[in-house]
Each structure stands twice: as C-alpha cells, then as structure tokens.
Write a protein that binds this ligand. Sequence first.
Ligand SMILES: Cc1ncc(COP(=O)(O)O)c(C=O)c1O
Length: 378
Amino acid sequence: MIYFDNSATTKIGDEVLKAVLDTMENNFANASSLHRLGYETEQKIISAKKGIANIIGGKEDEIYFTSGGTEANNIAIFGVCDAYKKYGNKIITTKIEHPSVLKCFNELENRGFEVCYLDVDNKGYINIDNLINEIDDNTIFVSIMYVNNEIGTIQNIDEIGKKIKEKNKNTIFHTDAVQAFGKLKINVKYIDLMSVSGHKIHSQKGIGFLYVKNGVRLNNIIFGAGQQKGLRSGTINSEGIIGLYKASEIAYKNLNENFEKTSKIRKEIISLKDKIKDMCINGDEENGIPYILSLSFKDVKGEVLLHSLEDKGIFVSTGSACSSKNKKDLSTIYYVNENNLGSTIRVSFSFDNTLEEAKIFNNTILDIIPMLRIYTKR
Ligand SMILES: Cc1ncc(COP(=O)(O)O)c(C=O)c1O
C-alpha cells in the first residue's frame, strides 16, 4: 500500500502510540482531581504545554488544548469577534480558507459583520498590499491560513502579521496552521492566535491546540466546568495531549530532514510533467510546501483517477477540486485552471513515505492516464 493522503490524516506514529497507551494506563486520572493521581496527570499536561509552547516560541499559559483544528478555529474566530465587536465591525479572511474558517466567517456575515474575502492569485497567494488597504480603524480581526490544504501554498505569515499591526495595532491576527505545524519552523512573534491539529502530524484524531497570545481577549463559545481558564471547558484529554506533544517533538526534531525527504518525493512526482501530456501542477511548483502536491490531468475525472489508483494500492484524494463550480465551499476554483476542473488529485506526503513509492506512483500514472483518456473520449 502507498498512502499519499497525509494531509487528510496520518497514521499514528509508533512512539506516539506507545506514549498514548502509557498515559491511558498510568495517567488516566482526571487532571482536575485534587488527589495524587490527578496531580500526576496535571504535571504531565503542564510539561506538554511547556514543550509545545517552546516549539512555537510562545508561553505555557498561551496554549489551550482543543478537539482539533475545527474547534480551535471556531473558538478563535467567534471568541475574538464577540469580544471585540464593540470596537469595530469589519473582519477579513481569504477565499481559500478551510471550511472550518470560511463557514465561521459566513455565519458572522449573517450576524451582521462586514466580511472581506480576499482573492488569491493563480498560485494561491494573497496580495499583502490589498490586505493592508482593506484594514481600517473598524477592522477587528484577520484570519489567513498558513499553508493551503489543497495546493500547499505557504503565505508569508510573519510579514502579514507584522504589516497588519503596523496598519492597525488593535487588529487581531489569527492563522490556521493545521497544514503548517510540524512541517515548517513557526514562531508566533507576529501571530495573535494559531490553530493546530494533531492528526495531521501522526498523533491521534480528536486533539489539537489553540495558541492565544497573552492579552488577547476571547469570549467563551463553550460553557462548562471551567477547565483551561474557562475558555475550553471539558475534561482534559490527557492521552490526546501527550500524543500530540510526542508527535510534535518528533516532527520538530527531524524538521529539516523530513523537509528534504518530502521535497525529493514531490520533485520526483513533478518530473512526470515531462513524460505525460496535459498535466499541470496547481499552486506554486517551486515554493509550495513539499508535503502537498495538487495535480490536474486534462480529460480525466479526478474521482475516476482516485479509484484507479486505489485499485493499484495507491491512496490519494481529490481535494475539493472535483466538485462542480456551484459548490459553495469550492475554494479550488480560484487557482485551478478552468479547463482542469474535475480532473484534480491531491497527493500528500509524510516522512513515512519514500522516493521508491513516488517512482511507483509515477509508473502507475503513466500506465493508467492514457487508458482513462481513451475511456473519457469514447
Ligand atoms: C487547513 C485546515 N484547517 C483545519 C482543518 C480541520 O482540522 P481537524 O480535522 O483537526 O478539525 C483541516 C483538516 O483538514 C485543514 O486542512
């Protein structure tokens, strides 16, 4: 089996699994319990928080654990916009955000906020000058994704964060870093809030975190027993947190090595361009994140290609590019060439993948694309 769908989710790592099982067995007590067992769990959570904060250049008390990226995005967006609405009504995002951001903005628009959805160019980049022009005294919040989940474009988040504050120091800046964390060196110096998900970096599903810079205010969207300073009530998911911490440590220990490895895999697959007609790379071929590659093949249906590859034991995804143009959440239409809509697949890698797998993928593509094209033309 060749698993090239790592941006959808990853397989739990061996060491991560070991740490999770150990926590379930030996630190099962509720971290809020006052007895010794509760205290021991709490200590493990505190060291995980410290370790994660250290990785991103933040502080221990700026980390809030969530059930994943979707919840972190919802808490950040609704929490900030509700807390700051008395200072302004304008909020800004991009047209290519993940639905867990885009749909929050749609909802806030329904509730009366003025929302600006920024365009991107054909490689998926926002125009930073346009963003800055849109920011005025009334702008309370900006959310821009770090790495796009469909084509892998990396926005210049540091420059964006810095320029937002230069224009309006009161505008709060959030980034969805779900496809960036564990893959890029990240420092939160110019970021007010950041969402991360564990299952994209070989941790388990159902765990993530939201970074919130000290001083940024959030109104609660979840009410309960007041865990995590009341921002995210609910019994602390200790095994989730320990798994996420272990996966983060592993990812950051080998960051450069993994980057190089996946770059070679991505490059190998890009080389298909010289061997097959009418194939195009969506996004930034040169500078996109090496973990994601979006490919379009003229006259081939993305879903048919996905299943043909599956028949050969290769697992990829279509992203949302296979949908019709009318679909509301179809961000891909902004950067996939019009003629290629419906024929796009996303291959996404992890440090677990090998160059050999990329070569097998290429040979399989060379075998099946001509056949699928004949079939389409019939
Ligand atoms: C960019 C981005 N944001 C948010 C999410 C949602 O994360 P989760 O699955 O942890 O809720 C995803 C998942 O695909 C994503 O790729």
